[in-house]
Design a protein around this ligand. Sequence first.
Ligand code: HEM
Ligand SMILES: *[C@@H]1O[C@H](CO)[C@@H](O)[C@H](O)[C@H]1NC(C)=O
Ligand SMILES: *[C@@H]1O[C@H](CO)[C@@H](O)[C@H](O)[C@H]1NC(C)=O
Ligand SMILES: *[C@@H]1O[C@H](CO)[C@@H](O)[C@H](O)[C@H]1NC(C)=O
Ligand SMILES: *[C@@H]1O[C@H](CO)[C@@H](O)[C@H](O)[C@H]1NC(C)=O
Ligand SMILES: *[C@@H]1O[C@H](CO)[C@@H](O)[C@H](O)[C@H]1NC(C)=O
Ligand SMILES: *[C@@H]1O[C@H](CO)[C@@H](O)[C@H](O)[C@H]1NC(C)=O
Length: 375
Amino acid sequence: MFSSLLTASLLSLALSASAFPEYRSLAGLSAAEVRAVARTFQSTPGAQPPPPAINDTSSKLVFDDAHPYEPARPGDIRGPCPGLNTLASHGYLDRSGIATPGEIITAVQEGFNMGWDLAAFVTYAAFVVDGNHLTNLLSIGEKTPETGPDAPAPAIIGGLNTHGAFEGDASTTRDDFALGNNFLFNETLFDQVSISSGDRLWVNGTLDITSAAVHRHNRILDSMARNPNFTFTTPRYLTAYAETTFPLAFFVSHQKSDTSLSLGLDDARSFLQNNKFPDGFYRRNGSYGLTEVFAPFPDVLPGKNEGVGNYVVDPEDPGFNGGGLCYAYYKQSNLTLAMYPDPTDELRTALQQNMASFYSALGDPTCEEVFPFGQ
Ligand code: HEM
Ligand SMILES: *[C@@H]1O[C@H](CO)[C@@H](O)[C@H](O)[C@H]1NC(C)=O
Ligand SMILES: *[C@@H]1O[C@H](CO)[C@@H](O)[C@H](O)[C@H]1NC(C)=O
Ligand SMILES: *[C@@H]1O[C@H](CO)[C@@H](O)[C@H](O)[C@H]1NC(C)=O
Ligand SMILES: *[C@@H]1O[C@H](CO)[C@@H](O)[C@H](O)[C@H]1NC(C)=O
Ligand SMILES: *[C@@H]1O[C@H](CO)[C@@H](O)[C@H](O)[C@H]1NC(C)=O
Ligand SMILES: *[C@@H]1O[C@H](CO)[C@@H](O)[C@H](O)[C@H]1NC(C)=O
């Protein structure tokens, strides 16, 4: 009954004359809307427990015959994350760019050997604020009716593009929200790898730990200098440094090396700009999870600008100094409660389950579980 109610309300959303005046019948729906309706029929609504860790974390060819690259079709969604975009372009994730948390957790393990704990932590940190708890769907980019009917504001259900919920400032290849487009590849910023670091880096055709750290730092300095609203607190603080290591940890084909942490310019561009595995790409050998993540030289403390050039440190935010993951969990929990102050019973159940899944990603944490939606 629940699923047919949901389908009916989604249909009415898709068919409502005010939302889509040009569409009055199923035959008149756009491809994306038809997929949205079909998906809702097929999917099990509500929260689901996260899938288990994959057992075989050996290296293997992942750009294989079963996962051809196909450019995004009209209506397919891509967003700020080159990892998820690439998985969608190869069918490890639904090519529409709409996925469940479980599908994302499995896909990042299968395609890249991201460790289960890191995958689950990042996925739930984003899903609880950007996803649709009732339909269990997340857009990896823009807000879309394909994730199902909205919950009442202040819930956003805006997908990964939503600024300030999970996505944040000082990305390496995407602009700050206050300065430009926060999800599209930006050539100027990509090229800054060479501008910022002289003749040592892209000019020689590779990204390494030193150049990645220099670029990370320069992107922060640039945001401090130009973005009056620059915000660099948890979770963005943690993800910004972690993501700096991702191209080296995940985008180097095992056929080239697992250990040299040196990435060629063309391969970097393949992922970051074209959302495509380089030909013959082998995933890394062994997983890269929470215990493997390292932050190259986090020499700026968490904080935010109060006007350009006036960066003020947030003394509450531990950053990487112990308990950072727990602080991120508490902060996302608080934000989720602020978005869902008065959920219906079904929504409350889904929120409870997703918050529990989020906590489970912490493994054996030193912090207490919180129950903002009850137990
Ligand atoms: C596990 C689920 C994942 C989620 C929910 C996720 C989400 C995101 C988001 C929202 C951003 C934008 C960050 C910002 O601007 O604030 C991002 C950036 C990034 N992601 Fe992911 N991601 C995931 C997994 C991955 C994986 C598996 C990889 C690599 C294989 C990856 C590589 C990157 C990189 C390199 C960036 C930085 C892009 C830049 O700075 O220009 N991500 N991710
Ligand atoms: C991995 O192996 C364990 C123990 O045999 C099993 O419970 C689990 O389901 C396996 N995971 C997958 C994804 O098959
Ligand atoms: C300013 O920063 C806050 C906190 O991250 C965010 O919610 C808001 O969307 C930002 N506004 C702009 C224009 O960047
Ligand atoms: C790329 O980012 C730079 C630096 O913020 C900005 O000036 C430029 O307009 C952006 N380019 C595009 C195409 O958005
Ligand atoms: C980059 O290439 C130049 C010219 O071959 C060389 O002198 C320099 O040492 C290289 N830098 C690195 C970091 O390899
Ligand atoms: C992958 O790593 C394992 C464990 O370190 C090692 O035994 C194995 O030889 C590696 N496989 C390849 C293909 O490098
Ligand atoms: C979350 O909210 C609680 C209750 O308002 C507050 O005590 C706590 O400091 C908040 N935690 C974070 C990390 O924002």
